[in-house]
Every structure is written in structure tokens, then in C-alpha cells.
Design a protein around this ligand. Structure first.
Ligand code: TXA
Ligand code: MG
Length: 339
């Protein structure tokens, strides 16, 4: 049987049936593709970790098809958290709250909280609804690799492990969900993502607490410094993009730019024609995987401002990068970061 199938009504029903039997089904969400298993079938969830070669200490996000289904997972929904659910669900926002006993330890890596989100993708929502249970799903890539934005990316990483891949085309957001922990009446940012922090702050009427002020035990493995490494060494460019010359981007070095430059070429990837951060996010992971397929030797990324979606984009670029690069005396110099 072919693993990749179009996400037709019939195939979504097949996927739901396989999930209920304890199989692994990859499916599109609006952020990236997920590798799903029914959250309460422990052996199926264990297979997710094996398939991804993911350490068991890295907890999973549980996906629901309706807001009321959080009652199976969370002890309660504080009113201020509810404001966020009302505004951003379905959508790329994950919330972490104290779990119910029904959520197995394997899902949460033994933590007493569980991360939950309601994806804004018709295929994901139908699959979860037809299967009848919330679905635990990490991004459908090998651990440490770039997250998949296309069904083919899932097949490349997990083709032998997954039972079915529902193809819903390219994912529209392109970076993973924003993860917020609510604890002691405060909101903590665990991972910047598809919902800009500024919008969250507008809704809750206060600042979200960011990384440097996080309690150490909440540092989840998704927050490790190197996590999204592409197989091509990537460096973040420091300096004025116009200092770069076309000549630098031949012979194996590629360039990722968030906007058009004064030069172009086969190895220059313009992620957006007008610097639109949504477009940059949407194309970023696909561009990283393309660099791998084309066997670029090295790649250089021009940074974006750290506002709105730019925060998630820079987080992923830093995690994917080996260091920085700059132009010194007309020459490109690469500096490995200490990690
Ligand atoms: O957009 C997304 O969030 C995608 C799609 C498939 O929904 N999923 C995703 O899952 O990115 P994953 O497994 O690649 O990243 C989940 C991260 C973990 O690495 C961890 O950092 C955090 O979520 N996490 C999960 N449960 C947590 C918990 N109880 N406490 C703190 N962090 C948690
Ligand atoms: Mg992931």
C-alpha cells in the first residue's frame, strides 16, 4: 500500500480507523505535518518516539477537534486561558496546563502538565473527530531534523515507520505553534510560533514572560539550542545584505533571503518578494529541505526583525544554525558558535 494518499473524505476515514487501531497516521495541520497516535493508547504513543528516534523526555502536544474536548485532558480552564482559546483556536497556539490522570505519562514525559492545541486545518480536525479521541502528535520529522511542510517531507523522514500519510498539500503557516505555559497566574512563552506574542499580550492585557525568566524545570527539549538542524551547515549573516556579492553564492554556498536582493541566482532563495514575514515562515522549512536535496555545502540566512512572526522565524534559524557569517575585507568569513 502506498503510504501517501490524498486527504479525501474516504482516506481521512481510513486514517481515523487506523488511529483507533493503534496505528500511526501523519496528517497536515496549518503549521507543519504531525505524526499522530490516539493519546491514551500508550503503545501507539511509544511508537511515535521510536519512529522519530525522539527521546522519551520530550513531551508531546495533544490535538483536539473541539474546545470542549480539553475537558478530557486538563483539570480546568482558567478564565484568562479561555480568552486565548476563544481568540486563537482553532489555530497555531498550544497551551500547557495541569493534566488529568487520564493522560498517560508517556505523552507528557512524566510532567504533571499537558500541552494541547486545536489545529486550524480541515483534514486534521476531521481526522481527530472521526477517530473520536484526542490525538498526540509531534511534528512528523526525525528528531532533530527540519519540520515537514509537505507530505513528501514526511515520507522522506518516516516513510518506513508511519502507517499512512494524508496529503493535504503544503502547510500554510510553515512554523510550529506558539507554546504558552500558564502557571501561578502568569503566562510563560515556551516556544515562539505561528501566533505572534504581541497578539497574545493584547488579549491577556499583560506581558508574556519570555525565555530568560523561565523556571528551569519548564525548559522543554523543544527549547534546546540546536533542534531544527538541516543537514546543510547554516550560518546567520551579520551585516548589510548588499555587502554580499553574487560571486559568493556559487560553488556550493546558498543564500536564504527574506526579500529580493540586488542580485539573484540559482543558489539565492528569495523567501518573499516583499519581505512579508508570513511568506518567509511559510517557505522557510521547505527551503531548508531543498538545500539538503540540492546538496548545498553551506548556507547563509539573512535575519528578519524580531517582531510578530519574526520571533519564531529567528528562533528556528538560530536553532538550525552553526554560527554566523560576515563580510570582512570583501570576503565571507564563517564563525562557528559555541553551543
Ligand atoms: O505546530 C505544532 O505545534 C506541531 C503540529 C504538529 O501541531 N507540533 C509540534 O510538536 O511542533 P513537537 O513535538 O515537535 O513539539 C512539541 C514541543 C516539545 O518539544 C516541548 O518543547 C513542548 O512542545 N511541550 C509539550 N508538552 C509540554 C509540557 N507538558 N510542558 C512543556 N513543554 C511541552
Ligand atoms: Mg518538532
Amino acid at each position: 500500500m502506498r503510504k501517501i494518499v490524498p486527504a479525501t473524505e474516504e482516506n481521512i476515514k481510513l486514517g481515523a480507523k487506523l488511529l483507533a487501531e493503534g496505528k500511526l497516521v501523519a496528517f497536515p495541520t496549518e503549521t507543519v505535518y504531525g505524526l499522530g497516535a490516539v493519546f491514551c493508547l500508550e503503545s501507539a504513543v511509544a511508537r511515535i518516539f521510536e519512529a522519530k528516534r525522539r527521546p522519551f523526555f520530550d513531551p508531546l502536544i495533544v490535538h483536539v477537534a473541539s474546545k470542549k474536548d480539553v475537558s478530557y485532558l486538563w483539570q480546568k480552564v482558567p478564565p484568562r486561558v479561555n480568552l486565548l482559546l476563544e481568540r486563537f483556536w482553532p489555530g497555531p497556539l498550544t497551551l500547557v496546563l495541569p493534566k488529568k490522570e487520564t493522560v498517560p505519562d508517556i505523552v507528557t514525559a512524566g510532567l504533571d502538565t499537558v500541552a494541547v492545541r486545536m489545529p486550524a486545518h480541515p483534514v486534521a480536525l476531521k481526522l481527530i473527530e472521526y477517530c473520536g479521541f484526542p490525538v498526540a502528535a509531534p511534528s512528523a520529522n526525525l528528531f532533530g531534523h527540519v519540520s515537514p511542510t509537505r507530505a513528501e517531507d514526511v515520507e522522506e523522514d518516516l516513510g518506513d515507520e508511519v502507517d499512512l500519510i494524508l496529503d493535504g498539500g503544503i502547510t500554510s503557516v510553515g512554523v510550529e505553534s506558539t507554546i504558552i505555559l500558564f502557571e501561578e497566574e502568569k503566562f510563560f512563552l515556551l516556544r515562539p510560533g505561528g501566533v505572534p506574542v504581541e497578539l497574545i499580550e493584547e488579549v491577556i492585557g499583560e506581558k508574556v514572560v519570555t525565555r530568560k525568566n523561565l523556571p528551569a524545570r519548564t525548559l522543554a527539549p523543544g527549547m534546546l539550542k540546536t533542534h531544527y538542524a538541516p543537514r546543510v551547515p547554516l550560518y546567520i549573516f551579520e551585516g548589510e545584505a548588499e555587502e554580499l556579492k553574487k560571486a559568493d553564492f556559487e560553488k556550493g554556498i546558498a543564500l536564504l533571503s527574506p526579500r529580493p536582493l540586488s542580485f539573484s541566482g540559482d543558489a539565492v532563495f528569495v523567501l518573499s518578494e516583499n519581505g512579508d514575514l508570513r511568506e518567509v515562515a511559510f517557505r522557510l522549512f521547505a527551503a531548508l529541505r531543498k538545500l539538503e536535496r540540492e546538496r548545498a555545502e553551506k548556507a547563509l540566512a539573512i535575519p528578519v526583525p524580531e517582531v510578530g512572526l519574526g520571533r519564531a522565524i529567528m528562533d528556528r534559524l538560530r536553532k538550525a544554525s552553526r554560527g554566523t557569517a560576515r563580510v570582512v575585507g570583501g570576503k565571507l568569513v564563517f564563525v562557528e558558535a559555541e553551543k
